[in-house]
Design a protein. Structure first.
Length: 192
């Protein structure tokens, strides 16, 4: 295992593209010595996004639990807002909104390579909920969205960027989005 060559999958979401942040997002990875080794703008199909996000109940329930946690924090009644307090049902709702959001504009997909790129990229992106992401992270600097607002508008949280959570997930997502196409490049930066 060459640690300098760890790869992760990153996708600039519709709000990142529409806010004109493509360059700024890529700049932050490159600034941290990470290397972009594949890059493309494209329009995803509903099916591709459906297959991108996990379909198992545990993942969907976790998505619902996140909404419930935010609602508890801000004293919002999930039954009043969403008609249920069941984490799986809420997770299924959020997953549907996520698919609508992710297919609403072109996306930018890329593979980013470098030392601990999976963790490093997640750190540069910041926490899932922009309103809670640290300043200095992409989500913390360019968005203030929150599930309480998003869900009342029946939509997913817009947080600019997607990044794989584990090296296993990265491998799966790189395969899903780039397949066997020969578009992942191997090159050296000047400092190398
Ligand atoms: P991350 O993208 O940071 O890995 P998750 O995998 O938990 O986060 O969630 C996937 C995406 O679903 C998030 O990036 C966000 O766009 C959306 N999302 C997460 N939680 C909620 C929520 N409670 N309400 C609406 N959308 C959400």
């Amino acid at each position: 295992m060459d640690f300098k060559k760890e790869k992760t999958y990153v996708m600039i979401k519709p709000d990142g593209v529409k806010k004109g942040l493509i360059g700024e997002i890529i700049r932050r990875f490159e600034q941290r010595d990470l290397k972009v080794v594949a890059l493309e703008m494209f329009m995803p199909t509903v099916e591709q996004i459906h297959d991108h996000y996990p379909k198992d109940e545990a993942w969907i329930s976790r998505l619902g639990q996140k909404t419930l946690a935010t609602y508890a924090k801000y004293g919002i009644d999930p039954n009043k807002e969403l008609g249920t307090d069941n984490d799986l049902k809420i997770g299924q709702m959020v997953r549907k909104w996520l698919i609508e959001y992710m297919t609403s504009a072109p996306l930018v997909r890329m593979v980013v390579e470098g030392v601990h790129s999976v963790d490093m990229v997640r750190k540069i992106c910041g926490a899932t909920i922009p309103g809670m992401a640290d300043m200095g992270t992409i989500r913390g600097d360019y968005s203030a969205d929150s599930p309480s607002v998003a869900n009342s508008e029946k939509r997913a949280v817009m947080n600019l960027v997607h990044a794989s959570e584990t090296p296993q997930e990265a491998e799966h997502e790189i395969k899903h989005w780039f397949g066997d196409r020969e578009v992942i490049f191997d090159y050296k930066r000047f400092v190398e």
